[in-house]
Design a protein around this ligand. Structure first.
Ligand SMILES: C[S@@+](CC[C@H](N)C(=O)[O-])C[C@H]1O[C@@H](n2cnc3c(N)ncnc32)[C@H](O)[C@@H]1O
Length: 482
C-alpha cells in the first residue's frame, strides 16, 4: 500500500493555499467543507476566491509567496503553475513537518486528496494513489449513483439510537439483527427514518422471523456473475452456509465474512450418509434461530436433491425459502454458444442424468432418441458409452452433433464438439473431467459458429469420418440461417 488512507479532522485547523486561480478555488472549497481555517497567498485571486474569502472571512495575502507564511499551518496546498515556487513551498513544508499537497505533482506531495462521495458523516474516499484521478472520479460517479442519498441521515439516526439500542438489546446477535433490519428498511423506505426508537423497535419486532430459516439457494453453474440478486442479498445476511463442492470459490467469497462455512460436498462417495448429515445440520442450525443457507450448484431443484431436503425441513417444522439458480444446462450451453432450442431444428429439450445403472434401465430411450430435440445429459461422463449405445440402438443417428462442456461458465471452460458416435473417444482423448455437461442434438454444432465466451477453448471433433450427406446439408442450412 503506497498511501495509507486516514480521515483527518480539520475543524479550526490553520491551512494555507498557495495560489489564487481556479484550482486553488477548488481546493479551497474542499477545505471549507471540512471547516478548516484557510488563508491564501497569491499575486492575483479569481473573483470566486475573493467572494468565498469575503463570505467566510478568510485572510487573502495578495503578495509574492513568503516563507514566513508557512510555519504554524496544519497542512499546505500548492496550486500554482510555477514549478520553482511549488518546489520551494514543498521543501519548506517538509522542513516544518507540515503536510503538503502540490497539485498534479506526486513527487513534491506528502499527501494526496482522494475523490469523495460525501454522505456525511459517511464518507467514501477513492484514491488511485495519484495514478489516475480520472478513474477515481469515474468510480466516485458510480458510487454516487449506487449509494442511497439518505445514508447521511441514516447514520445520524443510528448515532442517536445508539444508547437506546445498547440498553434494549443485551446480546450482540439481537443488536446486530436490529441494526441490519433498520439499515435495510431505511434504505428501502426512507420513511423509516421518521420513526423514533420505540416505533422502530415495534416495527422490527413485527417484521423479524423469530425462528431460524433455511434458504435453499441455487448458485448457478460457476460464474459468480450468474448469481441472482436475491441470492446475493441472502448470502450477505447468512449466519451459516452449507455448500456443495461444486459451488465456486468466487461465489463463496460473496458470502458474509463472519458466516460459518460448512462444506457438505466433500465426502461425496458416501451419498446417503452425507445427505442425512446435511439434513440434520440444516435442522440443527435453524433450530438455533439462525439464518441458514443451503447453497447448491446450478438450480437446487434440478438434480440437486432440493426436494428431499425441503421435505425433511417440512417434517421438522423449519421455515424455508427457495431461491432458484441458473441450471448447468442453461448456463453452460449459453456460454458455449448453443441455443438449446431452435425454431427449425429442435422444438424439445430434455434434461436427463445418466450416471448410474438405474438410469440406464429407467430412461425412456425411445423417446430420447427422437429427432428434432435436444438432450442435455447431467453427470453423463462415466457411462457415456452406454448413452451412445442406447441412443443409436433406439434410432438416433451416430452422426448427430454433440458438444461436451467442461467447467462451463468458468475461465477454464472447454467445449468439445463432435458426433454422437465419437463421444467415448472424445472424452478419453481430451481427458474430459467432471463437472461436464453433454449436449446431444443438431443445435450442438452451432457452438462452432456462435461460441462467444472469451475464456472458452473450443475443440472441434474429427469430422473426416462423416459421410452423412443429410447432416452436411443440415449444417449448410444452419450456417445460412445464422
Ligand atoms: C449433481 S448435478 C447438479 C446439477 C445442478 N443442480 C444444476 O442445476 O446445474 C452435477 C452435474 O451438473 C453438471 N454441471 C454442473 N455445473 C457444471 C459446470 N459448470 N460445467 C459443466 N457441467 C456442470 C455436471 O454434469 C455435473 O456432474
Amino acid at each position: 500500500m503506497e498511501y495509507f488512507p486516514i480521515t483527518v479532522r480539520l475543524q479550526e485547523q490553520q491551512c494555507l493555499i498557495v495560489g489564487g486561480g481556479d484550482i486553488a478555488c477548488r481546493k479551497l472549497k474542499s477545505l471549507l467543507k471540512a471547516d478548516a481555517k484557510v488563508s491564501l497567498v497569491a499575486l492575483d485571486f479569481s473573483d470566486e476566491v475573493i467572494e468565498l474569502a469575503r463570505k467566510h472571512q478568510l485572510p487573502l495575502h495578495q503578495q509574492a509567496f513568503d516563507k514566513s507564511l508557512v510555519e504554524g499551518n496544519y497542512l499546505i496546498v500548492a496550486a500554482t503553475d510555477n514549478q520553482a515556487l511549488n518546489q520551494e513551498v514543498s521543501e519548506l513544508a517538509r522542513q516544518y513537518h507540515i503536510w503538503i499537497n502540490v497539485v498534479d505533482d506526486l513527487e513534491l506531495s506528502t499527501f494526496i486528496m482522494p475523490a469523495i462521495v460525501d454522505r456525511s458523516p459517511l464518507l467514501v474516499a477513492v484514491s488511485t494513489g495519484g495514478v489516475s484521478p480520472v478513474l477515481a472520479r469515474k468510480i466516485r460517479e458510480k458510487l454516487e449513483w449506487i449509494l442511497p442519498k439518505n445514508l447521511g441521515a441514516l447514520l445520524k439516526r443510528l448515532k442517536s439510537f445508539r444508547p437506546s439500542v445498547k440498553k434494549k438489546f443485551q446480546d450482540l446477535k439481537s443488536k446486530r439483527s436490529f441494526s441490519e433490519w433498520y439499515i435495510e428498511s431505511a434504505i428501502e423506505n426512507p420513511d423509516t427514518l421518521s420513526h423514533d426508537f420505540e416505533e422502530a423497535v415495534a416495527l422490527y419486532e413485527g417484521a423479524i422471523d423469530k425462528e431460524g430459516k433455511v434458504f435453499l439457494i441455487g448458485a448457478g453453474p460457476g460464474d459468480p456473475d450468474l448469481l441472482t440478486v436475491k441470492a446475493l442479498k441472502v448470502l450477505q445476511k447468512a449466519d451459516v452456509v452449507l455448500h456443495d463442492a461444486l459451488v465456486s470459490k468466487g461465489i463463496l467469497e460473496l458470502v458474509r465474512r463472519d458466516a460459518t462455512f460448512v462444506n457438505v460436498g466433500k465426502r461425496a462417495k458416501k451419498h446417503s450418509v452425507l445427505q442425512e448429515e446435511t439434513n440434520t445440520l440444516l435442522v440443527k442450525y435453524a433450530q438455533q434461530g439462525l439464518s441458514v443457507v443451503r447453497l447448491k450448484g446450478g438450480d437446487p431443484f434440478i438434480y440437486g436433491r432440493g426436494g428431499e431436503e425441503l421435505e425433511h425441513l417440512l417434517d421438522a417444522g423449519i421455515n424455508y425459502e427457495v431461491v432458484p439458480g441458473i441450471t448447468a444446462a442453461s448456463g453452460c450451453s449459453s456460454y458455449a454458444g448453443i441455443p438449446l432450442t431452435h425454431r427449425e431444428y429442435s422444438q424439445t429439450v430434455m434434461f436427463i442424468t445418466a450416471h448410474c445403472k438405474r438410469s440406464e434401465d429407467t430412461l425412456n430411450w425411445k423417446s430420447l432418441a427422437r429427432e428434432q430435440q435436444t438432450v442435455v445429459v447431467y453427470m453423463g461422463l462415466l457411462r457415456n458409452d452406454v448413452l451412445v449405445e442406447q441412443l443409436i440402438k433406439h434410432g438416433r443417428s451416430g452422426n448427430t452433433p454433440i458438444a461436451v462442456i467442461e467447467n462451463g461458465t468458468l475461465p477454464q471452460q472447454r467445449v468439445f464438439t463432435g458426433r454422437l458416435q465419437q463421444l467415448p473417444e472424445l472424452v478419453k482423448a481430451h481427458d474430459i473431467v467432471s463437472p461436464s455437461l453433454i449436449v446431444i442434438g443438431e443445435v450442438a454444432s452451432l457452438a462452432n459458429k456462435l461460441d462467444w465466451f472469451k475464456h472458452s477453448q473450443l475443440i472441434k471433433g474429427d469430422e473426416a469420418s462423416l459421410n452423412n450427406q443429410a447432416l452436411k446439408n443440415f449444417e449448410d442450412t444452419i450456417k445460412e440461417a445464422v
